[in-house]
Ligand binder design. Sequence first.
Ligand SMILES: [Cu+2]
Length: 330
Amino acid sequence: MRAPARLAFVAAGLVFLTACSTHGSPYMFDPKGPEAHRITSVWWLMFTLAAVVYVVVAGFIFVAAFRGRRSETGKPSRITDNGFIVVGGIAVPFVILMVLAWATVDATNHVRRPEKNPLKIEVVGKRWWWSVEYPDQHFTTANEVHVPVGRPIELGLDAADVIHSFWVPQIGGKVDLIPGQHNVWRFKVDEPGTYRGQCAEYCGVQHAHMAFLVVAESPAAFDTWALRRENPPSGPTGQLEATGQMVFMRSPCAGCHTIRGTAATGTIGPDLTDVGSRKMLGAATVPNDEGHLAGWILDAQTIKPGALMPPISIEPRDLQALLAYLRSLK
Ligand SMILES: [Cu+2]
């Protein structure tokens, strides 16, 4: 190999290795639940078989190139043309495809099996965010799916407008949310952690910013989280927050957003009852800190152009109060 070619080869190898070793979430080859493990195993089986086929076929090309034409060597081949086609072109591919078909059907079958006492969660995909309802606990949140580790989860998936797809590389999924059709995806998470998910079906300008987080925590931590949302705080925590609540109620905000326990019952945007506790804003687009929240409220369009929240002008004093109020909603 010439020097530049060798250098390029080594560089490509290094890039590949760094990509493998410095992975965070989301990362497909780092399954965190039994269903994800199964799907990853199918992937590795497919990859291995494809790699073997590739190496064998490439080997034949080399043999053919070096051996030359039969008439040149004078020796008749031990394998007949027909035998070669029947074995290499029909029997071997048939066996390989049957093994893959069996593995895929078996994995799909296991992944779909209902289990006892699942936690039910209803997710509705909207342009471009996720509504997350816990029907048995009677509350709704957005863009963050909290689950207890070890417990079977039954996730209902619906779409409000166009087709979306729910995908958490470390947990599995890639199940479509289709308007008018209720899909169900069952899974478990084995390890506590925060796993990033992403809409996996192109759904419009902000498709790339339609992400979310799955937060897997111990059953006790999950219960605390859920109980807090079942019984949200009854009113603003201080004077500034009370002013902020008034600002929210008399601004267009209340027409699009719900804050449970108040007069705000809009459903066009995410439920904000626990917005202060979310890690990210705008469907996992920016961190949820005071600066980003202020920027989002004044002009969500600079952060997420095309998002269905209009820019809103608010007096600086009112904005301070509004920020304090929203950040107190935990
Ligand atoms: Cu999408």
